[in-house]
Design a protein around this ligand. Structure first.
Ligand SMILES: *Cc1c(COP(=O)(O)O)cnc(C)c1O
Length: 503
């Protein structure tokens, strides 16, 4: 309430009470003022009332909420359902303008402010997470794969001869498909097996560049966050190659913001070589519903080009979700989530390690993957046990364990957009053993780890018993009782038997 209104209030309620109320209110207004002033994550998270107050203030600045506004255009943010209006805090204009997703929308000062503020908050979070010299970023209402497409289509504008994208193999369909969707030919760089780890083959990348010619290569697409036993790509070395041959370097940092190892890789790579843009999913890093990504860069101009490549306006939803979430957490809350995650990684890895030892298995040695880990499943290896790996995956799935994957190198060939892969899911043509993966992702709790280990222990005990009794009829019955037909059984093998990030 402004001073004039407060004066009027004092005619109705005793002035000391009104002053007290006004004082309480000014605390909230101060928070909003500081947000507008510094455009940084508040240290302490805001309460819901303050956030809603702020959103209301923004919403009344959009033309669809003007009293007596008369909309004569074809897009006036009219919302038929009051539920839908409430779900969006009455912000109906979306973000951006036809030619730029980060442009100000004249009909929607409030939505435009929300967009600008959210992008600033995210930039701050990227720095807090360890990418100190990031220049700029923006939220896009599309998931990671589509944002990679947008980046490649932007790079194409300055590389007219480019036909190929060099892609160190990461068995995740959406990033592979993003190359095809953008209209380029993926050149798969197979990984090197070093100990248990799968890592970037740098000389193969350089050979390919020489063979194809640097100007024929649109970009090198590396990946930070990935399933063990693959580890983050050698970002610094690739960045150096990228600089040497003047080829753009695009980084798929899908869930890497939550790990300082991944963010430091990005930071270092940009220091020693070339990183053009990096993309991360909002849901995987910030605990919001699926639907958005953040495109970020060390180069403001390139980022602006990318935002101008996006045609038309965009949904405000992922921006709104992120704005609310970041204000709720504050920098203290987000940092807490990050350190909790790190602790959960240690907890999960020691719990999984003991469980593995109990069953004659072992945790694969993948010290360079900071999020995902893998445990051998030799129980499923060998001759007539080839179906057992399938069973472990589905038994866990039916016991409400989501996100684990059982990967076997059974020699199957999978076709992704017409490209053939041996043992897709394993990041390698012939990984030496069958294994199960688990990830310590942001938000994971001790009790989830405990429950997972208890269920895994039961499943492994059961499987071992069945293996020694030979014959898997009971296991199959269990799957059968779910009404799973032969076709769906196939979807339980290897990479597809999960409900995790891999989707
Ligand atoms: C999640 C993920 C993607 C992208 O998936 P979207 O559904 O497009 O967000 C790409 N690569 C990796 C490694 C991922 O984990």
């Amino acid at each position: 309430m402004n001073a004039e209104n407060l004066k009027l209030c004092e005619k109705l309620v005793s002035s000391s009470y009104v002053q007290q109320g006004a004082q309480a209110r000014s605390i909230q207004e101060n928070k909003i003022r500081q947000l507008l002033q510094h455009r940084k994550l508040p240290e302490e998270g805001w309460d819901d009332i303050t956030i809603e107050l702020c959103l209301q203030e923004l919403a009344v600045m959009d033309s669809n909420n003007f009293k007596g506004n008369c909309g004569i255009g074809e897009r006036e943010a009219r919302i038929a359902s009051s539920l839908v209006a409430k779900r969006h805090y009455r912000l109906g204009h979306g973000i951006g303008r036809s030619g730029d997703i980060t442009a100000i929308q004249p009909k929607a000062a409030g939505s435009s402010l929300l967009m600008k503020l959210t992008n600033s908050l995210v930039l701050d979070v990227l720095k807090i997470a360890g990418i100190n010299s990031v220049e700029d970023c923006f939220v896009v209402p599309m998931a990671t794969g589509m944002c990679l497409v947008l980046c490649m289509l932007t790079l194409r504008q300055t590389r007219p001869n480019a036909l190929y994208v060099l892609w160190p193999r990461i068995d995740q369909k959406s990033c592979f498909k993003s190359i095809i969707t953008a209209g380029f030919q993926p050149v798969v760089i197979e990984n090197c097996l070093v100990g248990d780890e799968l890592t970037t083959d740098l000389s193969a990348i350089e050979e390919k560049i020489e063979e194809l010619g640097p100007d024929k290569v649109l970009c090198i697409m590396t990946t930070t966050s990935c399933f063990a036993p693959r580890i983050p790509d050698k970002l610094e070395e690739v960045a150096v190659l990228s600089k040497k041959y003047d080829i753009p370097h695009l980084v798929n940092n899908a869930y890497g913001i939550q790990s300082t190892k991944c963010t430091h890789l990005l930071q270092q790579a940009s220091r020693v070589g070339r990183v053009d843009a990096f993309v991360q999913s909002t849901d995987k890093n910030f605990m919001v519903p699926v639907g958005g990504s953040v495109i970020a860069s060390f180069d403001k101009n390139l980022l602006q080009k990318i935002s101008k490549t996006y045609p038309g306006r965009a949904s405000v939803s992922p921006t709104l979700d992120l704005f609310i979430t970041l204000l709720t957490l504050g920098s203290t809350g987000y940092k807490k989530l990050l350190s909790k995650r790190k602790a959960m990684y240690s907890y999960l890895s020691s719990s999984l390690s003991s469980c593995a030892a109990k069953h004659g298995e072992r945790l694969l040695s993948v010290p360079h993957n900071p999020i995902s880990m893998a445990m051998s499943l030799t129980v499923a290896d060998g001759g007539d046990n080839e179906r057992l790996s399938t069973e472990v995956g589905s038994m866990l799935f039916t016991r409400f364990v989501s996100g684990t994957r059982v990967v076997e190198s059974s020699g199957t060939e999978t076709s992704v957009s017409g490209y053939k892969f041996q043992n897709f899911g394993a990041h390698h043509n012939d990984y030496p053993c069958t294994y199960l993966t688990a990830a310590a992702a942001i938000g994971m709790t001790e009790s989830e780890v405990d429950t997972f280990i208890t269920r895994l222990d039961k499943v492994l005990t059961k499987c071992k018993k069945r293996k020694t009794n030979s014959g898997h009829s009971t296991c199959y019955q269990e799957i059968g009782s779910l009404g799973t037909n032969g076709d769906e059984l196939v979807t339980f093998t290897g990479i597809r038997n999960d409900t995790s990030q891999q989707e």
